[in-house]
Design a protein around this ligand. Structure first.
Ligand SMILES: [Zn+2]
Length: 321
């Protein structure tokens, strides 16, 4: 028997349910996203208590609440820290609630843990934002492990979360699988790459609160986590969010083709050749260039690193000559 396709099993617990011989399973509604407890005996026909007219959910067991966080839990939580804006770290955030349901902890203790990661984040420390005190040593170890080998840790966190949810790494990291080869070494290498790319995208977009830093455009489908110094040129900074900008697809292309750059005072400039095209009658381009001289909308964390911007601008100016 399988579960109602709209209701996903997040976790099966050993807690007794309210029906004879039943255990509590933690379900998540695929439509509205709420998490709730259900009897294992009727999970297969469960309707969402919130949007499907089902019976109220059972309390979600908190077996791990008050227990010391282990490395696996920290690695999974660290991944989430990188996917939500700083201002959204609170116990009402649906992603915080979901992770709490997965771990068997309260949303409050998950948000407390994410705030501890913020305390270690140099980009927030630089702005005088302090997270909570009493950070556990484990938090710091995971943070430093990530600094030392980001690629490996990002992949591992997707694996760990996937193992808990009974889902593939590809699905947990929301990787496009349509053009991937079937199982094998080549596929695994590509999946690793895409898990990292997906992580970089989430990290940059969430830092900018899902808005283009030039235009303010907020349609997520049209946004790109653009590398300042290209991915191929600087492997060490592939996952560095300070080597990223959140741009709409068209400005991203202009930036990538060295037709747009950002000054050290964070003002935006376009290549003289594009301005010339507008003068020659290419009027639709005027929208793109209308942001000449405007100021970048900087994120609360992971503001772009000036040295990357200078390197990119230098290349653009050399090409414009
Ligand atoms: Zn629902």
């Amino acid at each position: 028997m399988s579960v109602n396709p709209n209701q996903v099993v997040l976790r099966k617990t050993e807690h007794s349910g309210t029906d004879h011989n039943s255990k509590v399973w933690v379900l998540r509604c695929g439509r509205c996203g709420i998490c709730y407890g259900a009897n294992s005996t009727d999970a297969w026909e469960r309707k969402c208590p919130n949007c499907g007219g089902g019976r109220p959910g059972l309390p979600i067991p908190l077996e791990r609440e008050g227990e010391k966080w282990n490395r696996e839990e920290l690695v999974i939580a660290f991944n989430l820290y990188n996917q939500i804006p700083f201002g959204a770290i609170h116990m009402r955030n649906p992603k915080v609630i979901e992770l709490a349901a997965v771990l068997g902890r309260s949303p409050g203790s998950v948000s407390f843990k994410l705030s501890n990661f913020a305390r270690l984040d140099p980009s927030l420390q630089a702005r005088g934002i302090r997270g909570l005190q009493h950070g556990a040593k484990g938090d710091e170890e995971v943070w430093h492990e990530f600094v030392q080998r980001p690629d490996a840790l990002v992949y591992e966190s997707a694996q760990l979360l996937g193992a808990r949810l009974g889902r593939s790494v590809e699905s947990v990291a929301e990787v496009d699988e349509s053009d991937l080869p079937p199982a094998g070494e080549e596929r695994e290498a590509l999946v690793r790459l895409r898990v990292n790319q997906s992580f970089f995208r989430k990290r940059v977009l969430s830092a900018y609160e899902f808005r283009c830093c030039v235009t303010g455009l907020g349609a997520t489908e049209l946004l790109v986590a653009s590398h300042i110094v290209s991915w191929a040129e600087d492997p060490a900074n592939r996952l560095n969010p300070r080597n990223g900008l959140c741009l709409n697809a068209l400005h991203d292309r202009a930036f990538d083709r060295h037709l747009m750059w950002v000054d050290s005072d964070f003002t935006v400039h376009f290549a003289p050749s594009l301005h010339e095209s507008v003068r020659q009658g290419e009027t639709p381009l005027a929208w793109l260039l209308g942001f000449e001289g405007s100021h970048l909308k900087l994120p609360e964390k992971f503001a772009p690193d000036g040295s990357f911007l200078r390197e990119h601008a230098g290349r653009c100016l050399a090409l414009a000559r």
